[in-house]
Design a protein. Sequence first.
Length: 335
Amino acid sequence: MCSLDGLRGLAALAVVAFHYTGGGLHRLLPGGQFVTLFFILSGLVLSIAPLRVGTGSYEWPRYQLRRIVRLAVPTCSAVGACCIVSTVTVRTGREAPGYAAMFAASPPSEWLHDLLTQLDMLSMTTAGSRVDGSVLAMVDLPSWSMCWELLFSLALPIYVVIATDMRIVAPVVLACVLVAEWAQWPPLRHMAVFALGVALARSLVDRGRESMRSIVAVPAALCGVVLICQSGLGVLPGVVAQPLAVCGCLLLVAVALARNAVSDALSTAPVRWLGRVSFSLYLTHLPVRDWLVPYIPVRGALRPVLLILLCLLVAEAFHLLVERPATMLSRRLGR
């Protein structure tokens, strides 16, 4: 659905802005909340087909093979490229981010160990924090969320069976988010929010795509943005701010799913293109910041514009060279 792709693209751009800015603007764009938005969208998009076909008739092994390839090839390519660049940078004596030190001159076995550690996505809880309590300096920080995308993809058959009624799913998910914030245990939050997207997909399959008046859709979308952004300001305690931010993400997805002026705007050609490269943009924007930005001589007001353009160009190149071939491979393997 074009509007959902457009929403994903704008969310990816917001994550870029979060990582590229500081001060008040940085706080207004809480990157973690936009990852929650990605998770809800994944729950929605991935569950539509099995809900339409029927869980008993859907070819789950083929779907899971396609999904693993679709996620793993771009992610491993991005992380592997960062490891190689880190090694070259350190060994040539150039300035490099702190995490590049792990790829300093070392025996091949140690280098391979460090690379495999970077690819150990299943041990991540959030943004470099691992399940054993340790912290890993990640060469491509956004890759942490692929752990949860992969786990959800494998657990999708369970989700489509239990996440059937939004009236039940929403309160349970919000309770899980509250408990996760109180206990400081992100895995509960990450796996819970996928269910919101599955419940939306169930509603879409049962009732079809509904219309929403623009006089309702526009304020609802603005309200969703406010609920998301408030979590970065620290005005409310986390046990209140985080569930409200999840409500904001759900509200934005629901508005984009319906027919209205907001979904029409999200379906325009430039926003659709942004959605098409959103995965690549998400995976490559921090390597661009860390490895290319320091060597750009431009200063002043033109610099942010140039940085965004550079991010988008790298994302398009990565999409054409890595992501699209991975998608084609996943489709062939899943036949």
